[in-house]
Design a protein around this ligand. Structure first.
Ligand SMILES: Nc1nc2c(ncn2[C@@H]2O[C@H](COP(=O)(O)OP(=O)(O)OP(=O)(O)O)[C@@H](O)[C@H]2O)c(=O)[nH]1
Ligand SMILES: [Zn+2]
Length: 181
């Protein structure tokens, strides 16, 4: 486990490197911190299952997990909890951000590109459904050779959230019929 400081956003970010020798094109998961989902198993989102899936894949195939301290798509935990209250009132995840005067997504992936450069990795296979991650990493000089989708971890409690990610942010998520979730 490597901890990085002195990066472009001034935050401390984490890299977990799996396997002794990296392949030419390592599998990389860039995961944004979600304390509620990653640690406490909240059913509001899909972060916890995505993180565990990534850890399993990386343990099996080797690769790198970049754990970015960008809680709440960059608005922080306090504001995310306020956004959850607004979502309980009927707003979707992006409308709630806007109601709080934040942009839909404040995340900056340049620190991830800096960490990859420090690890001498310039080309990756990216594990994500989020097109903005691939776009920003490419703009920061990382060659995203291919992307691999995460699983779709749908439950009744996160269905609206996943739908909003797909419709508003363009995430590639396949949602089965409501009756089956
Ligand atoms: N502001 C806000 N942030 C949220 C909410 N639900 C989850 N998050 C944060 O969103 C981030 C995860 O982003 P996602 O868009 O779910 O997934 P992603 O990592 O961008 O995309 P994938 O790579 O496909 O998983 C984490 O930082 C979570 O804390 C919410 O309702 N409001
Ligand atoms: Zn989450």
């Amino acid at each position: 486990m490597l901890s990085f400081t002195g990066l472009v956003d001034g935050r401390e970010h984490i890299a977990l490197v799996f396997g002794e020798r990296q392949r030419d094109i390592p599998l990389v998961r860039v995961h944004s911190e979600c304390l509620t989902g990653d640690v406490f198993g909240s059913g509001r989102c899909d972060c916890g299952p995505q993180l565990r899936e990534a850890l399993d894949l990386l343990a099996h195939h080797g690769g790198i997990l970049l754990y970015l301290r960008q809680e709440g798509r960059g608005i922080g935990l306090y504001n995310k909890l306020d956004a959850y209250l607004l979502q309980d009132g009927g707003l979707d995840t992006f409308e709630a951000n806007r109601k709080l005067n934040f942009a839909d997504d404040l995340r900056d992936y340049r620190p991830a590109a800096q960490m990859l450069a420090a690890l001498s990795v310039d080309a990756i296979q990216l594990l994500t459904n989020n097109p903005d991650k691939a776009r920003q990493l490419t703009d920061s000089g990382v060659e995203v050779r291919s992307t691999r989708s995460t699983g779709a971890f749908v439950r009744s409690t996160n269905r609206g959230y996943l739908l909003a990610k797909r419709e508003v942010a363009g995430h590639r998520i396949e949602l089965p019929d409501p009756e089956r979730t």
